[in-house]
Design a protein around this ligand. Structure first.
Ligand code: GDP
Ligand code: MN
Ligand code: MN
Length: 243
């Protein structure tokens, strides 16, 4: 018996602008099948939602100016990060914040690459809502995952994570399943949306490749359930950060 997983890099997407219909663009370049997982870089979702900002549009307040001086960043950029933050977890040596939708990321996931000089790109306001809207415009019954490249605590190197998803459960629940010796598993929740996002991110590239959409075919996945954003009251690391 064998099983296989195919990953397709969609080529030919244009520079995305506000108002672009990503579901239409993807489907005009690629034939989706039921059960496929469509992964989209948060970058293009954010661009289609008009989340590009001019740095010149920010008037840094006192806190932004102080942090900017401490960490050697543009105070306008720091103000943009503070504006996107529901909570600041670290001010130095870099700005680590929680976004309103629950993702914790350096600089609130604001990008300065692939967006042009003097401009920044905020993450989508609610990436799972974006994923749901895009999914509803697909002709096939597919899952949608919105990815971003992130650093990871305790590990070197960046990797893709899921910042939003629809039509797929974030976590696969192995609890109660038996191991090879018949012992029932007690705690394993597998972050499948992050595992898929990380593979997608690897295929997308980080620079000028122009390939922000990847499709996986052949995956078995739960259709609902779970969340990869750690609830604040269960997070044992978070309370130690601002102390
Ligand atoms: P992020 O991981 O979501 O922050 O996005 P990146 O900036 O790392 O870009 C991921 C991929 O999308 C790379 O292959 C980029 O070249 C590509 N990309 C970014 N913006 C666009 C765009 O507007 N159009 C196209 N076709 N590709 C883009
Ligand atoms: Mn990014
Ligand atoms: Mn990236």
């Amino acid at each position: 018996m064998s099983a296989s997983l195919q990953g397709y890099i969609i080529k030919g997407l244009p520079a995305i602008k506000k108002g672009d219909d990503l579901a239409y663009l993807v489907q005009s370049l690629f034939n989706l099948h039921d059960g496929d997982v469509l992964c989209l870089a948060s970058t293009i979702v954010a661009k289609s939602e008009g989340r590009v900002r001019d740095l010149d549009g920010y008037r840094p307040g006192a806190r932004a100016q102080k942090i900017a001086k401490d960490i050697g960043k543009d105070p306008r950029f720091v103000q943009a990060v503070l504006d996107e933050a529901a909570e600041v977890l670290l001010e130095r040596p870099f700005l680590l914040v929680a976004t309103s939708f629950g993702h914790i990321g350096v600089n609130a996931g604001i990008d300065q690459s692939n967006v042009g000089e003097g401009r920044i790109l905020l993450l989508p306001k609610d990436p799972s809502a974006s994923a749901k809207a895009i999914r509803s415009r697909l002709d096939r019954d597919c899952a949608v995952i919105i990815t971003d490249t992130c650093g990871r605590p305790f590990r070197c190197g960046v990797s893709g994570v899921a910042v939003g998803w629809a039509g797929i459960g974030a976590l696969r629940d192995w609890r109660g399943k038996r191991d090879m010796h018949g012992k029932a598993l007690e705690i394993t929740l597998e972050a499948i949306v992050d595992e898929i996002a990380s593979a997608a991110n690897m295929l997308m590239g980080e620079a000028g490749d122009g390939t922000p959409a990847v499709v996986f075919r052949g995956l078995q996945y739960p259709r609902s359930g779970g969340n990869v954003f750690m609830p604040k009251d269960k997070d044992v690391i978070r309370p130690h950060l601002m102390s």
